[in-house]
Write a new protein. Sequence first.
Length: 239
Amino acid sequence: YAKRADKIVTVSNFSREDIAATYGVSAGAIDVVHNAADQIFQPLPNPERELVQQQYSEGKLYFVFVGTLHPRKNLLHLFKAFEHYKKATNSSAKLLVVGNRKWWPRELEEVYQGMKHKSAVVFVGRLSDQELAKVLASAIALTYIPYFEGFGIPILEAFQAGTAVITANNTSLPEIANGAAELCDAQQVEEIAIAMQKMEEDIEYRESLIAKGLERAKDFSWDKSAARFWEIVTNLSSR
């Protein structure tokens, strides 16, 4: 189908190059129409953030992961990094894991059960967009370090919510973050742990990332994406 299509539309420049290389089609036949985040994701005032923390993390500060619990989302190294961070800092912060537990391999279970601080990992399951928006806006940072991602909508959701982001330096993620997030090697546990410590302790740095993220979020909207997609369709139909 890739070879037969008159036009392919995908969500990032990384995905365009990946599709071209994988299926042997010209990158010129592939256009990019970005994803976006729902406008429900917005910053919260401090009193509301504190209420969310009371509800989900016993009033403690927390990092948050958002996504289906799939091996490529790299919870394995996130758990190891969180354990490393807790041992290094004695912080009371928690890690909220938001998403359905569809995959839970034995290796991940062994790592989780071996954690000294596993009681600080809070599984909240899938949340409504309304609840997710509040949870994201009340976190120290989004910790989202997958092995592979074609776009990474949680990054934009966090940007819009006024939350700092720690993400991986692979695939599409640096392209979408564009300098507004802390990038880490998804395989390097200590590097991720240091980023978490820096995000909690260096408030000035965290706030600088939040400001950059709010600006970066303005580059994306579903209205812009719809207009761009319609332009592609009308240009194709007029040939």
